[in-house]
Write a protein of this length. Structure first.
Length: 217
């Protein structure tokens, strides 16, 4: 009921309702408060331009790679997003859609606000395995399940930046991007420079299933 009220008050037809829950308010101290405090709940809603999203998906988006500056527990969905914001801003200022973050060895972790995937030169769908290095997004798991349902060969392993030159396809996933094709990373054009067959298949079926499932990260 509360989420429906948020949707109606913000006049959202296509959009996102976001829940943010913190520990609660207490005097500033690095230790946890000794006495229990009430959690703080913030719910916001915003419109998403689905037409613009479709246009972006039709041509694919451009990413720019950079060193991942976040702390070592990236699997925790924290409200501390300074490093993500700085990465995203760097991407925007360079004319790119999203930041693609790398670990110290040149392996891709994830986007500033998305999960990264490729279809490698052998036709296998690849994404980085879950660990403390990436956020375990709900959309990521749904796409993994969908790919397996469609008989797409899938493996979870690290992807090195140097591997992108031979990748057939690449895409991002998130709650608001769904499955977003990637056409270029830095100066490297991915595949034929447009959305690939696997990416289009996953995007189409993911969107078809949206009405039967709730949102997720």
């Amino acid at each position: 009921m509360l989420l429906e009220q948020i949707r109606q008050r913000n006049r959202i037809a296509d959009g996102l309702i976001y829940l943010q829950i913190t520990r609660g308010v207490a005097p500033r101290d690095h230790a946890f408060p000794r006495n229990p405090v009430s959690p703080t709940l913030i719910i916001s809603g915003r419109h998403i331009d689905m037409g613009r999203r479709a246009e972006q998906a039709a041509r694919g988006v451009h990413l720019v790679s950079m060193l991942d500056q976040r702390w070592s527990r990236r699997d925790i969905k924290s409200v501390s997003l300074l490093a993500n914001m700085l990465a995203k801003q760097t991407a925007v200022e360079s004319g790119a859609f999203e930041a693609l973050m790398l670990d110290q060895d040149g392996y891709i972790t994830e986007g500033a606000a998305s999960t990264f995937w490729i279809v490698d030169r052998d036709g296998t769908l690849v994404t980085r395995p879950l660990s403390e290095d990436i956020l375990p997004g709900v959309t990521r798991q749904r796409v993994l399940n969908l790919a397996r349902e469609k008989g797409i060969r899938v493996t979870e392993r690290k992807i090195h930046l140097d591997e992108l030159a031979q990748a057939r396809e690449a895409f991002l996933t998130s709650a608001t991007l769904f499955v977003m094709p990637v056409s270029q990373i830095d100066a490297v054009v991915i595949g034929n420079g447009g959305p690939g067959v696997v990416t289009d298949t996953l995007r189409t079926h993911y969107i078809e299933n949206l009405g039967s499932v709730g949102g997720g990260g």
